[in-house]
Design a protein around this ligand. Structure first.
Ligand code: HEC
Ligand code: HEC
Ligand code: HEC
Length: 89
């Protein structure tokens, strides 16, 4: 049983790694586009951003600022925190 569970997690983790792009780009409105290097964030642990199974996260200003990106960078004092550090024209 224990082995079966470990195997299951391995499959889920592999499927996740196989289907996520290395990097995503968001439009970011008038401030300019935002690049999200997904691969570089994976070491933080999937659950930091994905609730339950890793799947698509709908991005918008609320999520980008108050739920994920800016919130975490400020809390951890790591990663870009200034507007133009994230938004590029
Ligand atoms: C720092 C936040 C963050 C972490 C940590 C993270 N992800 Fe993601 N992941 C995202 C975001 C945001 C997207 C959505 C990209 C998009 O579609 O715009 C995404 C997309 C994905 C997708 C693609 C979903 C789809 O249908 O397009 C997969 C699969 C995925 N992540 C797996 C993982 C796995 C596995 C881990 C852990 C090893 C992980 N992610 C860690 C933020 C994160
Ligand atoms: C759970 C915390 C967390 C979340 C959520 C998160 N980040 Fe980060 N981000 C980090 C950390 C920690 C670093 C620094 C990584 C390092 O130094 O290795 C970082 C670094 C970065 C970098 C710089 C990478 C480099 O190569 O220098 C960019 C760009 C970035 N994040 C964009 C984003 C965007 C866009 C989002 C939202 C989609 C996001 N991050 C969400 C923690 C997070
Ligand atoms: C850590 C990265 C990060 C930082 C820092 C950041 N943003 Fe964003 N911002 C995002 C992400 C991600 C989105 C969502 C982009 C999307 O959905 O196209 C966003 C969305 C926005 C939008 C909405 C765009 C639209 O029309 O949908 C505006 C406006 C904006 N940011 C302005 C700012 C300003 C002003 C600052 C500085 C005070 C700032 N941002 C700092 C990542 C960041």
């Amino acid at each position: 049983m224990k082995k079966a569970i470990i195997a299951m997690f391995a499959v889920v983790a592999f499927a996740g790694a196989a289907f996520a792009a290395d990097s995503y780009e968001y439009k970011g409105g008038a401030m300019g586009k935002v690049t999200f290097p997904h691969k570089a964030h994976m070491k933080l642990g999937c659950a930091k951003c994905h609730e339950g199974a890793p799947k698509k996260i709908e991005m918008n200003k609320e999520v980008g600022h108050n739920k994920l990106c800016v919130k975490c960078h400020k809390a951890e004092k790591k990663g870009p925190q200034g507007c133009k550090d994230c938004h590029k024209k």
